[in-house]
Each structure stands twice: as structure tokens, then as C-alpha cells.
Unconditional design. Structure first.
Length: 144
């Protein structure tokens, strides 16, 4: 691995860590204000969790967040680039990409050749998901 990739990771980590505390405080304050003014029944909580179930399942599956993160950093990536970076087999990668497309996290573009080339990029939903997930991922990896 060359130093520029390490520097990018270190720089990104520093920037994210510098903003995590402020972000967490803002979220906590907002949630406390909302919860002070209303009560949540078990049925409401069940309905809310069920409404998020597809997102929980999709984003917690192996490779999905990694693919979104790669596309965030590279803007676009081919099937073979993703396969090489992740070290995943073609069938698994194809299935994961189809699911991310179905839920509109990524777009697939076919570039006519020769050779024929397929590229993937993030949608706005995919980009925003990465931006929201990055602080959690960095925070989780540095906090014991």
C-alpha cells in the first residue's frame, strides 16, 4: 500500500473524529427534546423498527457498506475493480450490486466498447448513506 492511500485514511479519520463529538451532542439534544414532548408506545416502536427493517438488513450485510465507501472515494468503479479491491467472488458481488441498485443506493452504467465496460456510482441516497455511516464506522473502530 502506498503512502498516499494511508494519508487519505489518516486525514479522513482526523476530520471525522474532529466533528463526531459536536454531531453526537446535537443528535442527543434533538432526540431529548422530541422525547420530552411525546411518549412512544410499544406499538409505535414496533412499527418504526419494522419500517427500518429493510435498511437494517441491507446495510448490515457483508460487503454492502464497503462497496458504498469505495464508490464514495472513487466516484465510479467497474465490476472488476470492485472485485479486486474487495476480494469477493463474481456471483456474490453481482448479487450485492443488484440489491444496492434495487434499493437505489447505486447506479449502473454500461459503456459501449470495445471493450464493453460496466461502471457503478453512488446515487444521492448512496452518498448520503456513506456520509452518515462514516462517523459511526470511524467512531466504532477507535472507541473501546
Amino acid at each position: 500500500m502506498n503512502n498516499s492511500k494511508i494519508a487519505l485514511g489518516d486525514e479522513l479519520r482526523k476530520l471525522i473524529e474532529a466533528r463526531i463529538k459536536r454531531t453526537l451532542s446535537g443528535i442527543e439534544e434533538t432526540l431529548q427534546q422530541v422525547l420530552e414532548n411525546q411518549t412512544t408506545s410499544l406499538e409505535d416502536l414496533k412499527r418504526d423498527i419494522r419500517g427500518l427493517e429493510d435498511s437494517f438488513n441491507l446495510l448490515s450485510q457483508k460487503w454492502n457498506l464497503e462497496m458504498l465507501y469505495i464508490l464514495f472515494l472513487k466516484s465510479t468503479s467497474s465490476f472488476n475493480e470492485l472485485k479486486k479491491i474487495l476480494g469477493v467472488n463474481s456471483r456474490t458481488l453481482s448479487d450485492k450490486l443488484k440489491n444496492l441498485r434495487r434499493y437505489e443506493y447505486i447506479e449502473r452504467t454500461v459503456k459501449t466498447g470495445p471493450p464493453l465496460r460496466v461502471e457503478y456510482c453512488l446515487t444521492t441516497k448512496g452518498k448520503n448513506t456513506v456520509l452518515l455511516a462514516l462517523p459511526l464506522l470511524y467512531y466504532s473502530s477507535t472507541t473501546q
